[in-house]
Every structure is written in C-alpha cells, then in structure tokens.
Design a protein around this ligand. Structure first.
Ligand SMILES: Cc1cc2nc3c(=O)[nH]c(=O)nc-3n(C[C@H](O)[C@H](O)[C@H](O)COP(=O)(O)OP(=O)(O)OC[C@H]3O[C@@H](n4cnc5c(N)ncnc54)[C@H](O)[C@@H]3O)c2cc1C
Length: 374
C-alpha cells in the first residue's frame, strides 16, 4: 500500500480528506496527524475569544472523516527525507500533504512575542479567560478600568473588536459600567480592512465607533513597553491586555525541516506540489500572490483530494485555479460588511451571507443537519 500522510486537520487537511475518491483507499493507506482530537473552525476563533461562542467552533475529527483514514493525535516537529517526526513517534511516507496552517508573525516588533493571539482554539480561549476575569475584577471593584489594545485592523482584528465590544457590553449589564472598558483598534495603514474600498472602510469604522471601539489608523505599533504600547507617532497607549493580529506566517515545522520557505510558507506549483512527493495546501502554502484565507484553503484541499490519484499515477491533472467569491467581515453579531462576486454588501444581507458561509463548512463536515444547530 502507498502511504499518504496528511499533516494538519484544518480546513485544508479536512477538505483534502473529504474529497478523496473511493478508489484511493484500495491502493493507499491515508494517515492524518493533527495536534488535537478536535478540528476548530478557525474563522470563528474571534467569537471564541470574545465570548460569543465556544464549543460550536469544535468538531470531533474522528466523527467527520472517513473511517478508513488512520487518525493520529500528535504534534509534528519536523520532516526529514521521507519521515515525519512527531513529539511521540515517527511516520514514513510515500506522499506528504502539509496542511499545518498559520502562526503569529510579529515582524520583530519588540515585546509582542508574549502578546495574546487568535491563532488556535486554545489561545483564543486563554484570551477570553483573561479578559473575562478582568471584567469580573471590574464588577468586584478590584480594578478601576480596563484597556484592551488590538494591534492590526485586518479581518480578524476588526471581527474581534466588534464581537468583544458587543459581548462585553452584554456581560457588563447590571454588573459594571462598560464605559470603564476601553477597546482600541490600532492599524498602521491609512485605513482598516485594506482589502475593501473606501465606502466599506468608512462603514466598518462607523460601526466600530458606534460600538464604542476607538479606531486609530495611520498608527504603526513600534513596541510594547511597561508603560503600554508605543506608536510611531510617539503616542503611548495604556494596555492591560494586548492582542496581536497584525500578521501571520506559515508553520514553524517548515523552519524546523529546513525547507526553502517564505515566512514559513512553502511555494507550490500549479498542482500544489512543493517538491518531489511533497504537497502543501492552505495557509502554509504560498500559491502565486493570493492572500491566505479559509476559502482558498478549502479549494486547495478539495482540488488535491480529487486529483491526488492522477498525480500519484503520473497522469496529467488539471491545474489548480482559485475562484475568489469574496470576503465578509462581521462586526459584532448584528452587523457585517463585505464584498461578494465584486459587489459591496452590508446590513442584514451581509450578516446572513456571513452566517451562510460559516454554515457551509459545518454542512461539509457534518451534513445538512448542521444547519439546524449543533
Ligand atoms: C479570527 C479569524 C477570522 C477569520 N475569518 C476568515 C473568513 O471570514 N474567511 C476566510 O476565508 N478566512 C478567514 N480567516 C483565515 C482562515 O481562518 C485561515 O486562512 C484558515 O484557517 C487556513 O486554513 P488551514 O487549514 O491552512 O489552517 P488551520 O485552519 O490553521 O489548520 C491547521 C491545522 O493544523 C494543526 N497543526 C498546526 N501545527 C501542528 C503541528 N505541529 N502538529 C500537528 N498539527 C498541527 C492545527 O491544530 C490545525 O488543526 C480567519 C482567521 C482568523 C484567525
């Protein structure tokens, strides 16, 4: 039997497995290694960190994948030749699919190594626990105020700021005055959400400000000091909680494996091949100049799953082509802005479309029953 090893059970890894043709199981043993027993819906992690949702973001991997796949919970450390070394064992492979996702990139910004992040379920939960225990200190009058600084006004920063402002205010009701909590969103570029046009920037800023979030654009973070966050314009922000969502890189396993890489991402060709018998998909792959998103991760996984048989047999496989359907940014549970199929959207329609994109993944994993609640 050919050994196909899949590293990472995120959108890319699970899309790969979900799209494998039946014939592949006759000639290959498929093994999936993931750090946790659960898959987390990464695009919902800002909600976990803000206290808007919790277990809804988790899926038991064993229950959503084909029973013929050998599933191993372990942490991958490095890859050498045709062997993957994990914390507890080593695995040989004939074909390797690397789908290990992303990590925080601080670009050397001093003091940010220990900032909070929204990169995994566990780290998002740690952030939520820190914030809510500080909310409780406000309620118990053990502290006077709370300054939360979110560095990075891209999709995850804006989504987190919006969700936290809404959920925090709900939690504070009858417990303490939410005006004691200052949420500041800091962005180095002239505008937040740089992938959208002027109209949507303005709309997103307005919604955030109405939720009580202070938006600072043109404000590059220089470093984190004891006094707080130092900006390039020399302003210093008080910061009890610092969240860094200003950059991502691929996975450190790529560095450990001494592969040629671009910020821990692997450059792949039009069949998503990195080299020889190694493929990379999702955020850990660099395909042309496309930004890493869940959308492209799912499409890469589906493409490779459907075509791996042809690629193994050395037959001509179609080239991967990315269909960008757009991106929607939620700002709290009741507001959203976005662009789909080239059209700007906002209001209830955007909220509905965002819900639909999130549910689409639930349905892919669990079937149509997932629409009616999990
Ligand atoms: C808050 C937030 C909101 C977002 N919203 C959107 C959105 O609305 N739309 C969109 O398209 N994109 C969105 N994104 C981006 C999207 O989540 C990523 O592009 C996507 O998760 C990439 O999928 P992936 O499968 O490559 O990696 P991941 O989803 O990160 O999965 C990687 C998997 O590998 C596992 N893993 C990692 N390291 C190891 C190891 N050493 N050993 C074993 N297993 C390991 C992890 O546990 C995980 O299961 C958002 C991201 C964030 C953080």
């Amino acid at each position: 039997m050919i050994k196909i090893l899949v590293l990472g059970g995120g959108y890319a890894g699970l899309s790969f497995i979900k799209n494998l043709p039946d014939e592949i199981f006759k000639k290959a043993q498929i093994t999936l290694i993931n750090a946790n027993q659960f898959h987390y819906h990464t695009a919902l992690l800002h909600k976990v960190a803000a206290g808007e949702c919790d277990k809804e973001a988790l899926f038991d991997i064993k229950k959503v994948i084909d029973k013929r796949v050998n599933f191993v919970v372990d942490e991958v450390a490095k890859i050498e030749e045709n062997t993957v070394f994990t914390k507890d064992a080593k695995f040989e492979f004939d074909y390797l699919i690397i789908a290990l996702g992303f990590e925080k990139e601080t670009f050397g910004c001093d003091g940010m190594e220990n900032s909070r992040e929204i990169t995994t379920y566990a780290k998002s939960l740690e952030l939520k626990n820190e914030i809510y225990s500080k909310f409780d200190e406000l309620a118990d009058k053990k502290r006077e105020n709370l300054d939360i600084v979110i560095c990075g006004g891209g999709l995850s920063g804006v989504e987190f700021a919006g969700a936290l402002a809404r959920e925090g205010a709900k939690y504070a009701k009858d417990k303490f005055d939410f005006k004691k909590v200052k949420i500041t969103l800091v962005e180095a570029l002239p505008q937040i959400l740089p992938m959208y046009d002027e109209k949507l920037h303005k709309k997103a800023s307005e919604i955030l400000q109405n939720l009580g979030v202070l938006v600072l654009e043109n404000s590059k973070v220089v470093k984190r000091t004891k006094a707080g966050i130092l900006l390039e314009n020399e302003r210093v922000l008080n910061a009890d909680v610092v969240v860094w969502v200003a950059g991502i890189r691929g996975n450190s396993v790529v560095d450990n494996s001494k592969f040629k890489n671009h910020r821990a991402r692997l450059l792949v060709d039009e069949n998503l091949k990195f080299k020889d018998n190694i493929y990379a998909i999702g955020d850990v792959a660099k395909f042309k100049e496309f930004a890493p998103t869940a959308q492209i991760a799912c499409q890469m996984g589906a493409y490779l799953g459907k075509n791996i048989n042809l690629l193994i047999d050395g037959k001509n496989a179609p080239k991967f082509s990315y269909q960008n359907k757009g991106l929607i940014c939620s700002i709290g549970k009741e507001r959203a802005v976005g662009n789909i199929f080239g059209q700007n959207i906002s209001g209830k329609f955007a909220v509905f479309m965002k819900w639909l994109t999130e549910k689409k993944w639930d349905v892919e994993l669990e079937g149509v029953g997932a629409i009616f609640g999990r």
